[in-house]
Design a protein around this ligand. Structure first.
Ligand code: ADP
Ligand code: NA
Length: 329
């Protein structure tokens, strides 16, 4: 049987991925190479909606691609590309924007949140970004899209637009469904363990960046905010700090949380942090080396991304031609 096709993207909006990006997203992308016909893109078109620096964007796009390769994406087993290399995204995005109701787009809660926080820099692009995201998905006739809670509404919009297009203009798009990840970890901020680890964290000590000095990561783990009491228990509600450390520990090793609880029974937070710091350092070091190797060979990286874009375009151009024909172009 044909493998289900999956599409997912990540924005090049930081100098490094953080541990949450890896454990919550990229780790699953790596696994899905085996079970899916996987399309992954660095979504640079989405990274210009809030104001940006061109040189930084160019660099972050390359670093993002290099990190994805270093983390285990294999261009032989998936299609990895940069969104702006495939012009069909913007082309289909326009067409879809013309079948999206203004009020319908206005109901997106992520836009309301983001624009409320940054009214001065809010752009029309930020408003229409879920429509471009719909184009990203529908261009590849994706069967499944891995989504976290915050993306659910956007996937609903994508499904509505696909259905509407098919009804009005004839069968064109596969209706994608949400793919609920089995093995995903929600990582929280090391300094504020009730908030998610995020590049927009209030303190740089709250996030582990994969490309930062590993000694710095170790220090951050050791000074993570833990909870009152001394016992190492897994209790997200009452012990979010310790629970987060256990989640990271289990995710990066072959051990389960239950096995860790047994291993650390009667021991203190200090022991746990010290061991986890070492595990994180051992995890990031080879990733940093591989990332550097990709960045040190720009011709090779360019070639990998050019081949990825070509594979992506082979699918995207067929879908766009069909969509254009059906709409009357
Ligand atoms: P950020 O929240 O740092 O801005 P993004 O929104 O760019 O990160 O997220 C990129 C991917 O990483 C998404 O698939 C998202 O679900 C995942 N992700 C981000 N932060 C976390 C986290 N703390 N725990 C688990 N997954 C996360
Ligand atoms: Na584990």
């Amino acid at each position: 049987a044909r493998r289900p096709r999956v599409l997912s993207g990540i924005q090049p909006t930081a100098d490094s991925f953080h541990l949450g990006n890896y454990l919550g997203a990229v780790r699953n992308w790596v696994a899905m190479q085996e079970s899916h016909d996987a399309y992954y893109c660095v979504v640079d078109l989405h990274a210009i909606t809030m104001g940006h620096d061109p040189a930084a964007l160019r660099q972050r796009t390359r670093v993002s691609a290099a990190q994805l390769l270093a983390l285990g994406l294999d261009p032989e087993r998936c299609t990895l590309f940069v969104q702006s290399h495939v012009p069909e995204h913007a082309q289909l995005g326009w067409v879809l924007s013309c079948i999206t109701g203004f009020g319908e787009a206005g109901r997106m809660v992520q836009f309301k949140d983001k624009s409320a926080k940054a009214a001065d820099t809010t752009t029309v692009g930020l408003f229409t970004y879920p429509i471009l995201q719909a184009a990203d998905i529908l261009l590849y006739q994706a069967d499944q899209v891995p989504v976290g809670e915050d993306q659910r509404q956007h996937l609903e919009l994508t499904r509505d637009l696909a259905q509407r297009y098919n009804t009005r203009f004839g069968p064109t798009f596969t209706i994608p469904s949400a793919y609920i990840l089995k093995d995903t970890a929600k990582i929280t901020d090391l300094q504020d363990p009730t908030a998610k680890m995020s590049k927009s964290a209030s303190s740089p000590n709250g996030i582990i960046e994969l490309l930062e000095d590993p000694a710095r990561s170790a220090k951050k783990i050791k000074s993570a905010v833990t909870d009152t009491g001394r016992e190492i228990l897994y209790d997200e509600e009452n012990k979010p700090g310790v629970s987060n450390l256990l989640t990271i520990y289990a995710a990066l090793t072959t051990r389960t949380i239950d096995e860790l609880l047994e291993q650390y029974d009667g021991r203190g937070y200090g022991d746990l942090k010290k061991d986890l710091a070492e595990i994180v350092v051992d995890f990031v070091k080879p990733i940093q080396e591989r990332t550097r190797a990709y960045l040190d060979d720009p011709d090779h990286l360019d070639k990998v991304l050019a081949i990825g874009a070509e594979k992506a375009r082979a699918v995207a151009s067929v879908t766009l031609a069909e969509a254009y024909r059906n709409i009357g172009f």
